[in-house]
Design a protein around this ligand. Structure first.
Ligand SMILES: [Fe+2]
Length: 84
């Protein structure tokens, strides 16, 4: 039998959510990299702000992971490139 429309919508929605999961993970990684850079430079305040922001982006990612899985999808956790 062919796909029905709701199945197609469901799959493309899951794809979009998985893409967003990767974007949140990557931005968490970028802030983490800036936090570490600032910390090594002795910029405590900047480092603290960046660590906090990294945590926030990770929380966004985790919310999406749980949402996809709870709705019967499978959240994809992909490799991340090291930020430049
Ligand atoms: Fe975010």
């Amino acid at each position: 039998h062919g796909f029905d429309q709701s199945e197609i919508d469901h799959n493309s929605c899951e794809k979009a959510l998985n893409n967003q999961i990767r974007i949140e993970a990557e931005s968490s990684q970028v802030y983490l990299s800036m936090a570490s850079w600032a910390e090594v430079k002795g910029l405590e305040g900047v480092a603290g702000f960046m660590y906090g922001h990294s945590d926030e982006e990770r929380m966004h990612m985790l919310k999406l992971v749980k949402y996809v899985n709870e709705r019967g999808g499978h959240a994809q956790i992909s490799d991340l490139k090291a930020p430049e």
